[in-house]
Design a protein around this ligand. Structure first.
Ligand SMILES: Cc1cc2nc3c(=O)[nH]c(=O)nc-3n(C[C@H](O)[C@H](O)[C@H](O)COP(=O)(O)OP(=O)(O)OC[C@H]3O[C@@H](n4cnc5c(N)ncnc54)[C@H](O)[C@@H]3O)c2cc1C
Length: 467
C-alpha cells in the first residue's frame, strides 16, 4: 500500500491505493536543493530517484577556485553515486529531464544511450537551478563565458592560464598587452572572487615562471553597472572590499554598462553615457542568472507564473499552485524575494523532503520559513567579508569564518582535507589545477569559448552565503 497526494477544493488529501511499491519521490537536479532533499529522505520509507544530467554534485561557490587552479575539479564535484551509494532507498539516474507530465505524474528524461525514459512519481522535487543570463544579449556568450559548471570553470581556467602562455610568445608589446588584460563583468561575489584570484595567481604563482613577461604586469578590470563591488553587503563591507581589491591591483570600473564584447575586448558606457573600449583577450561574465528552462515548462503546464529571471512562483509551502505533490526549490523557486543562494537551496530542499515525510505521517504541510544565515565573499588571501545576522566581519576573522563555512558544506571528508591542503599550498604559490595544451590554446587564440547562450533575462548576481 502507498499514499499519494491529491487536491480537493484546495485541501491536500492522502489517498490509499493498492500499489505494492512505496511512495515514489523523484528529485530532478542534485544541486544543493536536491542533495539536501535526498539526504533528508534517507530513513523515510520511500523510493527516491535522483535524476541529474551530470554525474556530480557541484559546489558552485568554489568554481572560481577551480578556474584559477587552486582546487582540482574532483574536490568540489563528488559523484552522486559516491554520495548516495550507501543510501539504500536512493536510485541515481544520469539523464536530462526534457519534459514533466503533471497530469500523469511522469518525468521524461533523455538518457546518454539515446531514447527518453519515463519515470513516474508520487511526489516530485524540482531543483534544476539557474544558468548564466546576458540580459537579452545572448550573443555576448561567445566571447564572455559565464561560470556555472565544472566544464565552464575549466574552460575559463584554460583561457586565463593560456592568455599568459600566449603573451609569453608575443614580442610586440602592443599586441601582447590585450593577452595580459582580463575583464570581469559583474562585481557580485563571483566577479570579486575571480578578479582577486587572477591578480593573486599572477603575483604568487606565475611570477618567476615566465622569461619574457612579468605576469604581475597583467591588468584585471572589474566592471559593474552599480556604484560599488559587493554593494548588497552594505557600505562598510563594500568599502572594505574596494580597498582590498585596489590594494591587489584590481581596477574597478563601476557605473559601467557593457554594450559589446568580441574576441578583441569589450565596449562599455560609463554613468555619463560616454563609450569606452578595453582591449582584452579574456572577458568573463559574472553578471546575471536565468532560471533553468524547466521553470517555464512547469509554469506553462500548470497555468502558473514565472518571474523576470524565469523562476517559478510557488505557494508558501514551495509547491506548484494546483499541484501539492510538486515542489520547486532552490534557484528555480520564486518565493518572498528570496535570493538565489546556496542557503535558500539547502533549506528549501530540506523543507520539501520534510513535507513529503509529514504528509506520509498524516500531518499537514507547513509554510517554508527561511532562516537567513547572512552573506559572505572571499576578497583575497586571508581576507573575506561576512555579514552574519548584523555582525560584520572582514579581514582574517572574516576569512576564518568563510573557510569554516566552506569546510562544513563541502561534501566528503576527503574533499575537505584536499581543499584544506590546496589552500595551504596556494599560500605558498602552488596551483595544481592547470592542465591544458596546444589544442586548448588554439581555441583561446581564436577567441572561441565553450560557453553556450542561455535564456536571456536575469537579475544581477545576488549576495551569497555558502551554507
Ligand atoms: C560561480 C558561482 C558562485 C557562487 N557562489 C555562491 C556563494 O558564495 N554563496 C552562495 O550562497 N551561493 C553561491 N552561488 C549560488 C549557489 O551556488 C546556488 O544558489 C545554488 O547552487 C543553487 O542550488 P540549486 O540546487 O537550486 O541548483 P544548482 O546547484 O544549480 O543545481 C542544479 C542541478 O540540476 C541539474 N540539472 C539542471 N537541469 C537539468 C535537467 N534538465 N535535467 C537533469 N538535471 C538538471 C544540474 O546538473 C545541477 O546538478 C554561486 C553560484 C555560482 C554559479
Amino acid at each position: 500500500m502507498t499514499a499519494s497526494l491529491t487536491t480537493d477544493g484546495g485541501q491536500v488529501k492522502e489517498q490509499a491505493s493498492d500499489h505494492v511499491l512505496p511512495h515514489r519521490v523523484v528529485i530532478v537536479g542534485g544541486g544543493f536543493a536536491g542533495l539536501f532533499a535526498g539526504r533528508h529522505l534517507r530513513h523515510v520509507p520511500v523510493a527516491v530517484t535522483l535524476i541529474d544530467r551530470s554525474a556530480n554534485h557541484v559546489f558552485q561557490p568554489m568554481l572560481y577556485q577551480c578556474a584559477t587552479g587552486v582546487v582540482l575539479p574532483a574536490t568540489i564535484a563528488p559523484s552522486f553515486r559516491a554520495i548516495f551509494g550507501h543510501q539504500h532507498n536512493m536510485r541515481v539516474r544520469l539523464a536530462e529531464v526534457v519534459d514533466i507530465d503533471l497530469e500523469h505524474r511522469v518525468v521524461r528524461a533523455r538518457t546518454p544511450i539515446g531514447g527518453v525514459d519515463e519515470v513516474p512519481y508520487d511526489s516530485l522535487i524540482v531543483g534544476t537551478g539557474a544558468g548564466t543570463s546576458y540580459f537579452g544579449h545572448d550573443e555576448l556568450a561567445r566571447h564572455a563565458p559565464g561560470m556555472k559548471s565544472i566544464d565552464d570553470a575549466m574552460a575559463i581556467g584554460r583561457r586565463i592560464f593560456g592568455a599568459f602562455e600566449i603573451a609569453e610568445m608575443i614580442k610586440e608589446p602592443d599586441q601582447r598587452r590585450p593577452w595580459l588584460t582580463f575583464a570581469v563583468v559583474g562585481a557580485g561575489p563571483t566577479g570579486v572572487e575571480l578578479s582577486g584570484q587572477i591578480r593573486e595567481e599572477a603575483r604568487h604563482t606565475l611570477r618567476g615562471e615566465f622569461r619574457a613577461i612579468d605576469p604581475l604586469a597583467c591588468r584585471v578590470v572589474l566592471l559593474d553597472g552599480g556604484t560599488a563591488p559587493l554593494a548588497t553587503f552594505g557600505d562598510r563591507l563594500s568599502e572594505r572590499a574596494t580597498r582590498v581589491l585596489e590594494a591587489k591591483g584590481v581596477e574597478l570600473q563601476m557605473g559601467a554598462l557593457v554594450t559589446h564584447v568580441d574576441a578583441d575586448g569589450l565596449d562599455y558606457k560609463d554613468h555619463a553615457g560616454q563609450s569606452h573600449h578595453i582591449d582584452a583577450k579574456t572577458v568573463i561574465w559574472a553578471a546575471g542568472v536565468a532560471a533553468s528552462p524547466l521553470g517555464r515548462l512547469l509554469a506553462e503546464r500548470s497555468g502558473g507564473e514565472v518571474d523576470r529571471a524565469g523562476r517559478v512562483k510557488v505557494l508558501p509551502d514551495c509547491t506548484l499552485p494546483g499541484h501539492p505533490e510538486v515542489f520547486v526549490v532552490g534557484d528555480l523557486m520564486c518565493l518572498d524575494k528570496l535570493p538565489g543562494v546556496a542557503e535558500v537551496a539547502m533549506q528549501s530542499g530540506l523543507h520539501a523532503a520534510n513535507t513529503v515525510k509529514r504528509r506520509l505521517n498524516g500531518k499537514p504541510a507547513k509554510k517554508f520559513h527561511y532562516v537567513d544565515m547572512g552573506s559572505m565573499a572571499y576578497v583575497g588571501r586571508g581576507h573575506a567579508i561576512v555579514d552574519f545576522k548584523g555582525m560584520k566581519l572582514s579581514g582574517s576573522l572574516g576569512w576564518l569564518m568563510w573557510a569554516g563555512v566552506h569546510m562544513t558544506f563541502l561534501t566528503g571528508y576527503q574533499n575537505r582535507f584536499a581543499t584544506l591542503f590546496s589552500w595551504v599550498a596556494a599560500l605558498g604559490g602552488s596551483r595544481r589545477g592547470r592542465v591544458f595544451g596546444v589544442a586548448d590554446l588554439a581555441g583561446v587564440a581564436d577567441g572561441a569559448t565553450a560557453g553556450e547562450p542561455q535564456a536571456a533575462v536575469g537579475d544581477a548576481d545576488a549576495a551569497r552565503t555558502p551554507g
